[in-house]
Design a protein around this ligand. Structure first.
Ligand SMILES: [Zn+2]
Ligand SMILES: [Zn+2]
Length: 92
C-alpha cells in the first residue's frame, strides 16, 4: 500500500505533486522518493532488489533515495529548504 506526497519549494517554485511512494505485498520492488543531482529533480522510482535505483526522469543511476517519511530537503534546483507534504489518497 502506498500514498502520495507533494514536493514544494517556496523559493524557486519548483513543485512536483502526486508523487507515489510505498510498496505492495512484497518488499521489492517498492516506490521510493529520490533526489537526482543529474537532472536536479525529485520524484519516485521503483527500487529493485538487485539493481541500482534509477532516476525516474533522466534514468541516471546515481540517485539519492530519500526516507519515505522525509519532510525537508534542500531543493535540488535552488538549494534552499523545501518541503514534502502528504498528498490526497492512497493506492494499493
Ligand atoms: Zn527551489
Ligand atoms: Zn535525473
Amino acid at each position: 500500500m502506498g500514498w502520495y506526497v507533494d514536493f514544494r519549494c517556496p523559493y524557486c517554485n519548483y513543485e512536483e505533486t502526486g508523487i507515489g511512494v510505498g510498496r505492495g505485498r512484497r518488499s521489492f520492488p517498492y516506490l521510493a522518493l529520490f533526489c537526482c543531482d543529474n537532472c536536479k529533480s525529485v520524484g519516485s522510482t521503483w527500487v529493485q532488489q538487485d539493481q541500482p535505483p534509477r532516476c525516474g526522469v533522466c534514468y541516471h543511476e546515481q540517485v539519492t533515495l530519500l526516507k519515505e517519511d522525509v519532510r525537508r530537503i534542500s531543493c535540488p534546483k535552488c538549494g534552499e529548504p523545501a518541503t514534502f507534504s502528504r498528498g490526497e489518497g492512497e493506492w494499493e
